[in-house]
Write a protein that binds this ligand. Structure first.
Ligand SMILES: C[S@@+](CC[C@H](N)C(=O)[O-])C[C@H]1O[C@@H](n2cnc3c(N)ncnc32)[C@H](O)[C@@H]1O
Length: 338
């Protein structure tokens, strides 16, 4: 009988260490059940001591690739006898690191973000790695409790926490019903402006479901045709209580609405806020230049003053040297005449 992920996790007494909250183990057992016996590819952001990669290797015996990424340079020392496991060392949000991961495996069936848990990193990682998730794949974000903490760029109802981001994505699942001309990309991009990442090229229309449990968010990906409401289907014949008209139009009217206008304005404010540090840096650079020019100008004024004084002194001594012989000559001429 196949052991549960929890049994596999708890039974390990050697190998590299890992720690997970107990509720995650039961959650993963349920969520990953259909994939346990498949040739899956797994990516975990945040490896630490390396043990969780061994847990995934045991939990998915037919897994093809299990890739871990960690920013801690010490992780290069992690060595695995299982050839399916490999590690990339670096910041998961860096494009070069994404390229290194994609070079190892073009598509993952499970992606687990157990990295820094800072809202910025969580949202950037999603923008980077959701495109690498396979159709039917699961994107898991661990330790979302950190999104309620200020030190992790979060807070209850803080509009740019990672949890607020995934709540916003739940609206995208229902984007076809929006009576608004706001696009899903535009709605997501407000977070992009805040965290300097782009959702251009992120297949937001492939978000099939978003499940929140205590501290974990799981986003499933399906082809966009699976994410549409579809057509209304009838069954039976007697519609004596309420007449059924399967051809009735129910599509929303796409038009400007006050809330999307507000959301756009909010986006503009966020963009302005996001550019504040850059503007502050620019002002500081200009102020430093003004200070340096002022110092140069004072030095020039002092030099001009010094030269003026020298000129006056020179003038005085020169005129003395010239007038003295002239006066002598004049007295000679006078004496000769008389
Ligand atoms: C909670 S630990 C991971 C634990 C591991 N997944 C386990 O289950 O045993 C978080 C790890 O994320 C790594 N990390 C933090 N920021 C990161 C980033 N931007 N990119 C990659 N790894 C990061 C840290 O170095 C740390 O080792």
């Amino acid at each position: 009988m196949t052991r549960t992920i929890e049994e596999i996790f708890r039974a390990r007494t050697d190998g590299y260490a890992s720690e997970k909250w107990s509720s995650y183990l039961t959650l993963y057992n349920d969520a990953f059940a259909p994939m346990r016996d498949r040739p899956v590819n797994v990516l975990e952001i945040g490896v630490q001591n390396g043990g969780s990669l061994e847990v995934w290797a045991s939990s998915f015996p037919k897994a093809r690739k299990i890739v871990g990424v960690d920013v801690n340079p010490k992780c290069v020392d992690l060595k695995y006898s299982d050839p399916r496991i490999s590690i990339v060392v670096g910041d998961a949000a860096h494009p070069d690191i994404k390229a290194a991961i994609a070079a190892k495996c073009a598509e993952f069936d499970i992606i687990i973000d157990d990295g820094s848990h800072h809202s910025r990193d969580v949202i950037r990682a999603f923008a980077h790695y959701f495109p690498l998730l396979s159709d039917g794949g699961l994107y898991v974000v661990e330790d979302m409790h950190a999104s309620y903490w200020k030190t992790f760029e979060g807070g209850l109802y803080y509009p740019y926490s990672s949890l607020a981001f995934f709540k916003r994505l739940t609206d995208l699942i229902n984007a076809e019903h929006w009576e608004s001309e706001l696009s899903g990309l535009e709605a997501a991009q407000q977070f992009g402006a805040q965290f300097h990442c782009s959702f251009d090229g992120v297949p937001l229309e492939n978000i099939h479901s978003i499940t929140f449990t205590n501290s974990v968010c799981i986003i499933s990906k399906r082809q966009s045709s699976f994410n549409a409401l579809g057509v209304r289907v009838g069954s039976g014949a007697d519609d004596g209580i309420t007449k059924i008209d399967l051809s009735a139009e129910t599509r929303p009217i796409k038009e400007p609405d006050e809330w999307s206008t507000l959301a756009r304005a909010e986006g503009a404010v966020v963009e302005a806020f996001a550019s504040l540090p850059r503007l502050k840096g620019e002002i500081e650079r200009l102020q430093a230049k003004i200070d340096s020019l002022q110092r140069q100008s004072s030095a020039f004024s002092a030099e001009i003053e010094r030269l003026k004084q020298r000129l006056t002194a020179l003038h005085d001594s020169t005129s003395w040297r010239i007038t003295k012989p002239l006066r002598y000559l004049a007295s000679l001429v006078y004496r000769l005449r008389s």
